[in-house]
Unconditional design. Sequence first.
Length: 156
Amino acid sequence: MEMEIKLLNAAKGSVCELREDYQDFLKHCGLTEWREGHPRYRPMLDFCRGHYVYDDYKDLIPKLNAEEMANMALCLCHQVDKALSTYIERKDREFTTEGGIRERMTAARLGQRETQRQTIERQQQEIARQQQEIAALKQEVARLLARLRELESRSR
């Protein structure tokens, strides 16, 4: 999980760099970055929010000019950034509460060892009980043999 979070943060950083590249492109070319209030911003945002696969864009892309394409890419970068941020936060919470794979494996090993310890303890208790039973049976056999010898000696 630690590595997953690190890689997700690297992906998030890459998306942020890409977003900055599109912003620089717009600025360098003297094009407008569409923001809240721009007449085309809200329709583009609504379209991007409802379309998640390349097939939704493949027929549209050839029809877009540089400004439209860069603004759509920016919008998608913002959405991916938001999605990654939300996912990373969730993974951070999971890691905090559940730990990473190493912690879970350690907990599993410790749990297994505790189970083994309890099994060994029960077996040792059972062995001790059986040893007491054997000792009692030996005493009973010795008593019965003594009684048998006594009876044999009287009968002679």
